[in-house]
Design a protein around this ligand. Structure first.
Ligand SMILES: NC(=O)c1ccc[n+]([C@@H]2O[C@H](COP(=O)([O-])OP(=O)(O)OC[C@H]3O[C@@H](n4cnc5c(N)ncnc54)[C@H](OP(=O)(O)O)[C@@H]3O)[C@@H](O)[C@H]2O)c1
Length: 275
């Protein structure tokens, strides 16, 4: 099959492209310089002759989106719609990557894929609008929500913790936000599995199994890196106010969750292969 990955040089896109190449698939990765998804003409010029397009292009700066909401919408909503429209025109299967931020983050049990959206931040609103725009233009598209991504390529929480470990004796990390740390490589495998399985269009949740807090995640990073976990102290979100509100509970329910890798097992695998 021929795959196109828009936003293909980001943290997730890079792992997806690598996995597809390893499987012997034909894959083309484009960044914003080659295919700016805000431009319908650019998407039409690029998305020709592919079987699958994965839209990993996004405005991902959550806090900056609060003061740049139109710019975030241009990429996350209009850009997603452009890819969906051209995918429908060219009979190309579309996979779109979305986020836990489309939910309100106040639940106490996992959000199922059909749970109503209720975003609380500009980033969340822009991603929710992208989901709706896709459903309206290309109902066959697979919309895969994920959360708490980390990986080998690009800045992320794991790299930040390891850097801070070298700079400070102790650090404080919030323990009142619960989620599922998800390795980009596992998400890539899930996307390929969904396409291979010819699953129907709609919402899917692509996060790891198990849950933890950012504090628990940080302590596990320290432990696996051979550092003393107690150097990571717990604090509350109120101690670290951010421009965009963070969901307190970001656990996504999954169909077939028994087959999803446990977050700590994937973290171990990444750290063993990169440290
Ligand atoms: N990171 C997380 O924790 C997280 C959590 C939940 C969901 N997600 C979602 O997962 C997806 C992948 O995230 P990621 O962390 O891999 O993001 P990332 O590393 O920031 O990559 C996003 C890519 O989007 C591209 N892009 C930005 N503006 C564009 C435009 N106008 N046209 C085309 N491409 C554009 C960028 O490419 P250039 O560098 O070429 O500009 C960048 O490489 C996104 O949809 C994000 O919303 C991420």
């Amino acid at each position: 099959m021929r795959w196109l990955v828009t936003g293909g040089r980001g943290m997730f896109g890079t792992d997806l492209v690598q996995l597809l190449a390893e499987r012997g698939e034909e894959v083309v990765a484009v960044g914003s310089a080659e295919c700016d998804v805000r431009s319908l003409e650019a998407v039409r010029a690029t998305l020709q002759g592919f079987d699958v397009v994965v839209n990993a292009a996004a405005w991902t700066a959550v806090d900056d989106a609060e003061t740049h909401e139109p710019e975030a919408f241009a990429i996350n909503a209009v850009g997603a719609r452009n890819v969906a429209l051209v995918a429908a025109e060219t009979d190309t299967r579309m996979v779109h990557i979305s986020t836990d931020y489309v939910f309100d983050g106040t639940a106490t049990e996992p959000y199922e894929p059909d749970h109503p959206q209720d975003p609380r931040s500009a980033y969340g609103r822009s991603k929710a609008a992208g989901e709706w725009a896709i459903r309206a233009t290309n109902p066959d598209a697979l919309i895969v929500r994920t959360a708490w991504l980390y990986g080998e390529h690009g800045p992320n929480f794991v790299k930040t913790m390891l850097r801070l470990a070298g700079e400070r004796e102790t650090l404080k990390v919030v323990d009142d936000q619960i989620g599922q740390p998800t390795w980009t490589k596992d998400l890539a495998a899930y996307v390929v599995e969904l396409v291979d399985g010819k699953n129907p269009g709609g919402y899917y949740h692509g996060t790891a199994a198990g849950t933890t807090s950012w504090h628990g995640f940080a302590q596990e990073i320290f432990r696996l890196a051979g550092l003393e976990p107690s150097r990571v102290e717990a604090c509350t979100s109120a101690e670290f106010p951010r421009p965009a509100p963070r969901p307190a509970y970001s656990v996504l329910g999954q169909v077939g969750s028994d087959r999803r890798p446990e977050w700590s097992a994937s973290l171990k695998e990444l750290l063993e292969s990169t440290i």
